[in-house]
Design a protein. Structure first.
Length: 300
């Protein structure tokens, strides 16, 4: 096959999925959700709030079911329960002897179980698989606009406050000393997390959304040593995995959301191997009497 025919075949291969409107919508929603989640994941990784992202993504399930029952957009119920879950976790942590990880575990598992119970007693029109694992190929016009608007709003807020959020992530004491309120930034970040979960929920569902708000930031963290670079690399990785996942699901006839998450997992595995290869190794002692020096870790 000559180069011209090869390019033509490649062009047809790339254009074929885009001939379907539902694929175009799925691709747009996946890209928007990936960008928002990837930006937020950088700060979640740096602060150590990965488990909180997991909690919020599961805790919104009752809100989604109740929204269906009442007849309002899923985003409203998901946002209310996402913010409520964060507030409840903070209340349990601050008013009891429990540490944050225990409070998170109790609250999010309870709310998630309540969501499952509500699904079981609600008329069968609710598709459990769509709520838990997403329905990317069934995105409606309303869902599309909802994702784009909420995604754009969250992205703008995160970008405008990126310097304050970064300072808060690295040194909240210094942030307070220069007149930045750590409490307000914490509330802003948690509110952004709730909005981001709502955005990603339309794309990958409750269960898989946690991958979108953790994996891109974790992958970028292994590869670069500056926050500014993380904020660029994480969205690039996320968008690339979204595009690859959509195309792979089309040609392999697999679940779109799960395929995107698998693509992110593969990229993370590659980044992990690269990270291990770049780490300094301990120098072996010259002889029996040589002193052993600790291995110097890469500063992050």
């Amino acid at each position: 096959m000559n180069p011209v025919d090869l390019l033509a075949s490649a062009g047809d291969w790339l254009a074929a999925p885009l001939g379907y409107e539902f694929v175009q919508r799925a691709l747009l929603v996946a890209v928007v959700a990936s960008i928002v989640c990837a930006l937020l994941s950088c700060w979640l990784i740096m602060i150590g709030w990965s488990l909180l992202g997991d909690a919020v993504s599961h805790a919104v399930l009752p809100g989604v079911v109740l929204s269906y029952v009442v007849g309002v957009p899923f985003a409203i119920g998901a946002l209310v329960f996402g913010v409520g879950a964060v507030a409840l976790i903070g209340t349990v942590r601050d008013t009891s002897r429990l540490k944050e990880d225990a409070a998170i575990g109790v609250v999010f598992t309870t709310l998630f179980a309540i969501g499952i119970v509500l699904i079981s007693v609600t008329p069968s029109q609710i598709d459990l698989g769509h709520i838990l694992f997403g329905n990317m190929l069934g995105i409606t016009d309303t869902d599309l606009w909802q994702v784009v608007v909420l995604g754009a709003l969250t992205t703008v807020v995160l970008v405008l406050k990126r310097r304050d959020l970064t300072l808060f992530a690295f040194d909240p004491v210094h942030a307070h000393a220069v007149g930045i309120s750590p409490r307000r930034l914490s509330a802003l970040l948690l509110g952004s997390l709730a909005l981001t979960v709502v955005v990603a929920l339309q794309a990958v569902g409750v269960v898989l959304v946690v991958a979108l708000v953790i994996t891109p930031g974790a992958t970028a963290y292994l590869l670069v040593d500056r926050m500014s670079r993380m904020l660029v690399l994480a969205p690039v990785i996320a968008v690339g995995c979204a595009v690859v996942g959509i195309y792979a699901s089309y040609y392999l006839d697999t679940a779109s959301a799960a395929t995107i998450v698998v693509a992110q997992g593969v990229v993370f595995a590659v980044a992990y191997v690269v990270h291990l290869a770049r780490r300094p190794r301990a120098v072996p002692p010259a002889g029996p009497t040589a002193e052993r020096e600790p291995v110097e870790l890469v500063a992050r």
